[in-house]
Ligand binder design. Structure first.
Ligand code: UD1
Ligand code: UDP
Length: 371
């Protein structure tokens, strides 16, 4: 028997966004979903550990596309998902986020005339130099069910002529994972393990090619972090793309900045919740810090998540080392927020809402046509 839903995951943030939706879809009907891993991320620290931590089951298949150019990765997923759908027909393909695997799986499904549901639909940075922006627009153009995290995403879709029953505001499934797993984190033990005090360290993640693939800019940014580390502990779990660039730079070190391997999800969110300040260019981290009430400086020129600025704790600083230094000093001098902000529908219940929307969509699609 084939499962009616094919869920496709490939990269670190996909697991965090997909897990709550899969859990809700299969709560009353196990075996409803076939889980396909594209293999875009393959290191245990970026893939297997997340599947385990989030309590997802092992993927039913793995395309093993691995790293490569955009065309290589996209082509590998296109070919793999097409073959997968031929071998195991599905009524719906479910994708999440904005990585190459997301867009390629959606496109392969659309070509096979299989409806597509997209978790985290409608986000737009307006920056076409970001591969993710192209992925978002293409995925949403071919998607039939567009599940949005916030009202601004619904409006972005409406501006592109996408509206109606297919667009559903369900909230942020990434926050479901955050709330569920943060509860079980032994924070004192975690802080002791990393030798940091609560509210007295800075947590950094940087992995965007526009920054890390530019050696001079990356070097100047690392120098700013090294200056910061003279006055406060700076923890920097390094994405493998960034690690490769730092290795290539051949520097003997970046002062007292503590470079770490990519962190286990529960360790990362535990540290995120206890940090005095987070500096990042990640999409998901802007959202997580916002609901945690932890100040976040986004080291980018644009964000597709404006709600984290309007309602959350995020501030966009551009990609300018001098501005980063100023903004970090200012943030550390300011009073930390007292109450975590409330963002509508980022309440830990978005997975069930998304599953409900998917179930209703499948029922509508299956309904016999009456004449
Ligand atoms: C990808 C996504 C990005 C997302 C990020 C999440 C695209 C275009 N980019 O970026 O949107 O924010 O994932 O983390 O889809 N590598 C390893 N081990 C792995 C995976 C990658 O060492 O398991 C290294 C390889 O050198 C690889 C590089 O990281 O070339 C980049 O990996 P890739 O998947 O192409 O893009 P990310 O930068 O991870
Ligand atoms: N994350 C993690 N360990 C790390 C860095 C990030 O578990 O060392 C988690 C983080 O909590 C969030 C997700 O990875 O849930 C974000 O992924 P990433 O920044 O790679 O991708 P983006 O959100 O930018 O697409």
């Amino acid at each position: 028997m084939t499962a009616p839903i094919l869920a496709v995951v490939g990269a670190r943030p996909n697991f965090v966004k997909m897990a709550p939706v899969l859990a809700a879809l299969e709560e009353h009907e196990p075996g409803r979903v076939r889980l396909l891993h594209t293999g875009q991320h393959y290191d245990r620290a970026l893939s297997g550990d997340f599947i385990e931590r989030l309590g997802m089951r092992e993927p039913d298949a793995n395309l093993g596309v691995g790293s490569g150019t955009h065309a290589e990765q996209t082509a590998g997923v296109l070919v793999g998902v097409e073959a997968e759908l031929e071998a195991n027909p599905a009524e719906l393909v479910l994708v999440a986020g904005d990585v190459n695997s997301t867009m390629a799986a959606a496109l392969a499904a659309a070509k096979e005339q299989v409806p597509v549901a997209h978790i985290e639909s409608g986000l737009r940075s307006g920056d076409w130099s970001m591969p993710e922006e192209l992925n978002r627009v293409v995925t949403d153009r071919v998607a039939d069910l567009l599940l949005c995290t916030s009202e601004d995403a619904v409006q972005n879709l409406a501006r592109e002529g996408i509206a109606g029953d297919g667009v559903q505001l369900v909230g942020n499934t990434m926050i479901d994972s955050l709330f569920r797993l943060l509860e079980g984190v032994d924070r004192p033990e975690l802080l002791a393990k990393h030798d940091v005090e609560p509210g007295n360290f800075v947590l950094v993640t940087l992995h965007r090619p526009t920054l890390v693939d530019h050696p001079e800019l990356l070097g100047q940014t690392m120098e700013v972090l090294a200056r910061l580390a003279e006055s406060i502990t700076v923890l920097f779990p390094v994405h493998p793309r960034t690690q490769a660039r730092l290795d290539a730079a051949g520097s003997s070190g970046w002062g007292a900045v503590r470079l770490l391997e990519p962190l286990d999800y529960t360790e990362f969110i535990g540290l995120e919740a206890e940090a005095r300040l987070v500096i990042t260019d990640s999409g998901g981290v802007q959202e997580e810090t916002s609901v945690l009430g932890v100040p976040c400086l986004t080291y980018r020129t644009t964000t597709e998540r404006p709600i984290t600025i309007h309602l959350g704790t995020n501030r966009l600083v551009g990609v300018d080392p001098a501005e980063l230094r100023r903004a970090a000093e200012e943030a550390l001098a300011a009073e930390p927020p007292r109450e975590p902000p409330r963002i509508p529908l980022w309440d830990g219940k978005s997975g069930p809402r998304a599953a409900e929307a998917i179930t209703a969509f499948l029922e509508r699609n299956r309904a016999p046509i009456s004449d």
